[in-house]
Design a protein around this ligand. Structure first.
Ligand code: GTP
Ligand code: MG
Length: 201
């Protein structure tokens, strides 16, 4: 998929005021700091279109990016950030869940997992929740930079084993680095395929 244009369309705290669901969209979720916003920038070849930070909790709203005037990339707040107060955690969880449950134009939710660390219970919980609600999803291992290659492969295998226990068919699993663009073109090809209006379901 070639990126011809990309711009922030809206930032909202509630699914009800998100853009009309007339164009397909893909969303990026995962623990705070896993690299959601960085991956969106890498895919869209923009430096700071989605706001990135070393500090967890940077993204706090539902951000819709209109791509090629045809589809949306959606950047979401992270989950599992210990420093966030209980009330905020509950608020973000509700916002995320309601959003994920109410977008009829959602063609794929990408669950991002840090390839540098072993898969966490909260990641598996998120994957299982999506499965239970029949929301289409794929998994992306992030930060698989050259220097983390060995450990990333180890965690890839560990994750595959966990998924095999739960699922008859393993969901699509990608490995990327926003820093050295590993796997970015491959992922763009997948996004093009799932957002193709002529795709047979
Ligand atoms: P929140 O919005 O806070 O939930 O975080 P996020 O998931 O959007 O993460 P973000 O893209 O802001 O990145 C968090 C940190 O991870 C930043 O310091 C990034 O530079 C770093 N990071 C993101 N992608 C990569 C990557 O591919 N490799 C490495 N080494 N670091 C990365
Ligand atoms: Mg972010």
């Amino acid at each position: 998929m070639k990126i011809h244009s990309a711009a922030l369309a809206s930032s909202n705290a509630h699914y009800k005021v998100c853009p009309e669901d007339t164009k397909p969209e893909v969303a990026f979720i995962g623990r705070s700091n896993v690299g959601k916003s960085s991956l969106i920038n890498a895919l869209l070849q923009r430096k700071q279109l989605a706001r990135v930070s070393k500090m967890p909790g940077k993204t706090q709203l539902i951000h819709h990016f209109l791509v090629n005037n045809q589809l949306y990339f959606v950047d979401l707040p992270g989950y599992g950030w210990a420093q966030v107060g209980h009330a905020t955690k509950i608020k973000w969880k509700k916002m995320l869940r309601e959003y994920l449950l109410h977008r009829s134009n959602m063609v794929a939710v990408f669950v991002l997992i840090d390839a540098k660390i072993a898969p966490q219970a909260i990641d598996i919980e998120c994957i299982n929740w999506l499965g239970q609600h029949a929301i289409p999803f794929a998994i992306i291992l992030t930060k698989a930079d050259k220097k983390h290659k060995m450990v990333a492969q180890k965690h890839h295998m560990a994750l595959t084993r966990i998924l095999q226990q739960e699922w008859a068919t393993i969901p699509p699993l990608f490995m990327v680095s926003a820093h050295n663009r590993l796997g970015i073109e491959n992922l763009l090809g997948y996004i093009q395929a799932v957002t193709d209006p002529n795709r047979s379901l």
